[in-house]
Design a protein around this ligand. Structure first.
Ligand SMILES: *Cc1c(COP(=O)(O)O)cnc(C)c1O
Length: 409
């Protein structure tokens, strides 16, 4: 069905094809000529009603439900389709991407596209806490059991599989504690048993970890973080293999999931600079992690690129890079001493989320949200997101913070 100036049945002309470098793909992805016309970025197309030429066109469209076709606002416009397509292109082997209004909505949608009553889910113990809450408060009452496993289990996952285990959920590195999982070992076992794997890949993004290539079936991003990249919109995505894409899409549509074109636009706009931003986040975070590693006030730095991080060898084998989020354990002291450090920082904001251009510091306490493993540490834990400021300015700021911590300890 042809609608307005667009022809969704057009020949799909694009600026680049598959096989380019990531830097090129993030710049060009989703910018189909038939969606953008002569405009560089897909414009914000706001729509609820889509008008059809005549009754025959309306009737023909009703049964179709294809990607990238005008139907009704809930199914999106070129603004959302362009972002979804650009994200799909970053995961070779993927069939498609569904957008969600937040990362948590993406996690929920992905899980519900796989699980039904009576099923068993294996969930990594270092998972983002709201994912855990979803299992407990939504999946459990539906009759879906969740069993938590050690993030460092690797091929040992085989021993945990039951006859009704349908899915394994991974997050690597782990939220707050940064254990790097052996994703290929787990997906190989899952594939052999017909079990679906889902990965929260928010930390690495497809640029630093190719999830579908590593055998993952559904890869999830909180696009709120590095894709949007400027701390001003909430967005999530799930990119899936050919086998899992249709069920994912059906679930998202049945739940009425929809992303506003304004937020999709911000996601596309952020994506264009993802490659250069990630490099800068990586460089700054590594400089600061190494500096912290040499400080007597710091017991341990939890940064996947440092050998002190559990799973560091797996990171070195599997990842293309490290992003800007990591943690460090203080050498003794209590929450008050930690607050003395954090409260006086000039360049680090105190708040949830991360992935924006600005640095953040967060006090985190993982012990209470573990069930399969124990978190024990020499002192309180701080999570840092290193933004795009000059690392030297951040180091001066942290040095003053560590002096406040010493005084308060
Ligand atoms: C923030 C975050 C989410 C949730 O994303 P929202 O967009 O905030 O809903 C999921 N997973 C990880 C690892 C996150 O850091």
């Amino acid at each position: 069905m042809g609608c307005g100036p667009f022809d969704p049945q057009g020949d799909g002309e694009r600026f680049v094809s598959h096989g380019e470098h990531d830097e090129t793909r993030v710049v060009a992805g989703g910018r189909r000529r038939e969606w953008t016309g002569p405009i560089v970025n897909p414009p914000v197309y706001r729509a609820s009603t889509i008008l059809f030429d005549d009754c025959a066109a309306l009737k023909a469209g009703a049964g179709r439900n294809a990607d990238g076709e005008f139907h009704y606002g809930r199914r999106g416009t070129p603004t959302q389709w362009a972002l979804a397509e650009a994200l799909t292109e970053l995961e070779p082997g993927a069939e498609g991407t569904m957008l969600f209004p937040s990362g948590v909505a993406a996690i929920a949608g992905a899980l519900l596209s796989v699980l039904k009553s009576g099923d068993d889910l294996l969930m990594v113990d270092s998972v983002y806490e709201p994912t855990r809450a979803f299992c407990r408060q939504v999946l459990a009452p539906m009759g879906i059991t969740t069993r938590f496993y050690d993030p460092l289990v690797g091929a040992g996952i085989a021993d945990l599989i039951q006859p009704n285990t349908v899915a394994i959920f991974l997050e690597s590195p782990g939220s707050l504690t940064f254990e790097v999982q052996d994703v290929p070992a787990i997906t190989a076992i899952a594939k052999a048993r017909g079990i679906v794997t889902l990965l929260d890949n928010t930390w690495a993004t497809p640029l630093f970890f190719r999830a579908i290539g590593a055998g993952v079936d559904l890869t999830i991003l909180s696009c709120t973080k590095y894709i949007v990249g400027h701390s001003d919109a909430m967005l999530g995505s799930v990119t899936a293999t050919p086998e899992r894409y249709r069920p994912l899409r059906r679930t998202a549509q049945l739940f009425g999931q929809h992303v506003s074109p304004d937020d999709a636009f911000l996601g596309s706009r952020g994506l264009r600079t993802l490659a250069v931003r990630l490099k800068a986040h990586q460089e700054g975070a590594l400089a600061i992690a190494r500096w912290l590693d040499g400080r007597s006030e710091v017991a341990r730095v939890l940064h996947p690129a440092l050998s002190s991080c559990p799973g560091h060898d797996v990171w070195a084998r599997d990842f293309e890079g490290a992003s800007g989020l990591f943690g460090f354990v203080l050498a003794g002291g209590d929450a008050g001493a930690r607050a003395a450090l954090i409260d006086g920082l000039r360049h680090f904001g105190i708040g949830y989320s991360w992935g924006g251009h600005e640095s953040l510091a967060l006090p985190v306490d993982p012990a209470a949200i573990r069930s399969a493993t124990h978190w024990e540490a020499e002192g309180p834990l701080v999570r840092l997101h290193i933004g795009l400021e000059h690392p030297d300015d951040l180091i001066v700021d942290l040095e003053e913070g560590l002096a406040r911590y010493r005084a308060a300890r």
